[in-house]
Design a protein around this ligand. Structure first.
Ligand SMILES: C[S@@+](CC[C@H](N)C(=O)[O-])C[C@H]1O[C@@H](n2cnc3c(N)ncnc32)[C@H](O)[C@@H]1O
Ligand SMILES: C[S@@+](CC[C@H](N)C(=O)[O-])C[C@H]1O[C@@H](n2cnc3c(N)ncnc32)[C@H](O)[C@@H]1O
Ligand code: SF4
Length: 375
């Protein structure tokens, strides 16, 4: 039974050049109606004050809501669920968006983790990738958040940005580490179809670091974080002990969760579902008293096994052989023996202490390794 929920806020004050998440420029959007619709959507699930271990409000930009809207959203969530012992309640925030009022509302509602989309500490690069904030905003936001009583703060960074050098990245990481926060995520830039960057790249107007440079950047990030005392618990995530994101671990552990909001996905009773992305479609469905689901996939046993592997291998901890047997009643080797032998010989995977894990080399080409597990 799912004890995690994701809530999607699809509004942003500015659209970044690399982003293909479900989001809309906030101006003239029906934000209040959307918040109301979210409440109605939750009512369509028999939550009945269900206890949640993790809640994650992401986007888009949740902090694009004003303090009143934020309060209404959080009240509506609390009308449907209660927070379990040791819960984690994350809100994603854009630097520059957070005010004392918003932070107070969030704190009051039990939010206990903030994930800040910083991306880089290089002012020119921030402009180049289309971010709305500047470097000073980051410092102001972290101070404000700390003053409001938040200590579990994470920073998202993106590397391999257009024109970025290893030295740029080093400076960004140094400045990020100076905050002594408990958690960091570092993603390598993905050029997604239909984004500004995609169009620029196709026109030959975007120059990106080479694949070798990208790999060196990733290795640098891993080593630097390790040296600073952060445990790399997932391909792109680093935390001080005890600060690994509980919500994101639900995904990688192949566990179930509710998904609410336009474009959100959820996983309940063996079914993965995906909500309508366009606001009109989402709101219309809710208006008709229907769940706003566009697609449902009944995950077969075979697919569940594949997911267990390619989600679980994202974790440094890997996938437990015994856990696999417990979940599926068969040996991992019976299903994936050939793939595992092959990848182990190539030194992309190792088996140790009853777990199968990516090697350092495997982490560098993770997506290729995961492909092999699709039977
Ligand atoms: C979808 S955003 C939402 C949070 C917030 N609006 C923000 O911009 O930080 C979550 C994170 O995904 C990462 N991200 C988004 N698009 C990406 C891309 N094309 N390549 C790599 N990372 C990306 C960024 O680090 C971003 O902070
Ligand atoms: C890229 S991750 C960044 C997490 C962050 N680094 C942290 O440590 O909390 C978060 C993004 O993934 C997307 N996301 C996460 N869970 C989702 C779900 N269930 N449905 C739809 N999108 C989801 C959202 O766009 C969200 O902004
Ligand atoms: S990266 Fe964040 S702020 Fe930028 S467009 Fe995407 S969701 Fe909005």
């Amino acid at each position: 039974m799912a004890q995690s929920m994701y809530v999607h806020i699809p509004f942003c004050t500015q659209i970044c050049h690399y982003c293909d998440f479900n989001k809309f420029f906030i101006q003239n959007q029906p934000v209040d109606e959307y918040i109301e619709a979210l409440g109605k959507e939750m009512s369509l699930y028999d939550l009945d004050n269900k206890e949640m271990k993790t809640v994650f409000i992401g986007g888009g930009t949740p902090t694009a809501l004003d303090a009143f809207q934020m309060e209404r959203l959080l009240t509506s969530i609390h009308d449907h669920i209660r927070l379990g012992k040791g819960y984690e309640f994350t809100i994603e925030a854009n630097p520059g968006d957070l005010t004392k009022d918003k932070l107070a509302v969030m704190k009051e509602a039990g939010v206990n983790r903030l994930s800040l989309g910083v991306q880089t500490f290089n002012e020119q690069l921030l402009k180049k990738i289309g971010r709305a904030h500047n470097v000073d905003d980051v410092y102001r936001t972290v101070s404000l958040a700390r003053e409001a009583g938040f200590e579990n703060i994470s920073i998202d960074l993106i590397y391999s940005l257009p024109g970025q050098t290893i030295d740029d990245l080093k400076e960004t990481i140094d400045r990020a580490l100076e905050f002594e926060l408990p958690h960091f995520s570092a993603y390598s830039l993905i050029i997604e179809p239909k984004t500004v960057f995609y169009i620029m790249l196709n026109k030959g107007k975007l120059s990106l670091p080479s694949e070798d440079t990208e790999a060196s950047m990733y290795e640098y990030v891993m080593d630097r974080m390790e040296r600073a005392g952060y445990h790399q618990y997932e391909i792109s995530n680093f935390g001080k002990p005890g600060y690994e994101s509980k919500h994101n671990l639900v995904y990688w552990n192949n566990e179930e969760y509710y998904g609410f909001g336009a474009g959100a996905h959820g996983y309940l009773d063996g079914i993965r579902y995906h909500n309508h992305g366009p606001l009109k479609k989402y709101m219309n469905a809710i208006g008709n008293g229907e769940k706003p689901i566009i697609e449902q996939i009944n995950v077969s046993m075979r697919e569940r096994m594949e997911e267990e592997m390619f989600l679980g291998l994202r974790k440094t901890d890997g996938v437990s052989l015994e856990g696999f047997k417990r979940h599926f009643g068969v040996d991992m080797n019976e299903v994936f023996g050939e793939v595992i032998t092959n990848l182990t010989q190539k030194e992309l995977l190792v088996i140790s202490e009853g777990k199968i894990k990516l090697t350092r080399q495997g982490k560098l080409i993770g997506n290729e390794v995961f492909q092999d597990f699709l039977l």
